[in-house]
Design a binder for this molecule. Sequence first.
Ligand SMILES: [Zn+2]
Length: 283
Amino acid sequence: MKHLNKLTLVVFTAALFFLGACSQQGEVTLNDEVSDEALVQIYNLGFSNNGVLRSEGGYIVEGDIFISDERLHEVPSRVLLRVGEEEQYRTSNTVTTNGGRNITIFAPVGGRNGYSAGMIAGLDLAIARYNALNLDITFSRVSSSTGANIVMTRLSKRDESRGVLGSAGFPTNGNPYGEIKMSGVLESSYGLSTAGIATIIGHEMGHCVGFRHTDYFNRAISCGGSASNEGASTVGAIHIPGTPTGANPNTDLSWMLACTDGGDRPFTGNDVIALQWMYQNNF
Ligand SMILES: [Zn+2]
């Protein structure tokens, strides 16, 4: 752990670290795998095209947001939405609840393509944290993938070994995004606690129900490095009323900050305001 004080959800730092650690003569670099055409398409969809990773069936942008090859060719139909540099953002797509909706999540247990008991405990804790807020959405873990609203699957071994921690997408047609690709080695390789794992899985669940990065306007706030704006994208980045100006990771460690140090980030007061505004009292 001593080299990894900036674990990223949002992979860039970790990915570079791993590439730096593992790369030997002639290995491909990340940018070699992404065509210029794809970078233009990603930009046109409204996402940042810095640090794009090629992944199975698509690309990972802005650290942990998955864009499928199919989606890449969609023509943007929405007007770009952006509000100033304030905290807590949602996309223009949210989950329809009609006053109450349970979202089921399946994660395979054990084996090469499943998750360890420690990872499952992290998922269960993430679910419990959402459910404790009495929102219009609740989550429950189910034992079959059939009919599950969200299926959590292992990242490819390649992505896991190059330091990707997780990825997810945003809601469509009133439904949560249906897949979380999650590393299976948060415990075994990074030594994260159950609470640290719950924080990362809870973050990906947050994307699935429509939250963007709290510091989307400047991911350097949580990731370090130089300032970079992820852009409002065609999914929108709409400020949530009642949450304060500016993201301050020293005083308010939001679960939706772009990067994590792998520690525990239970919902902060502002996170709770954001979640309640989105999913309470018939939003
Ligand atoms: Zn994220």
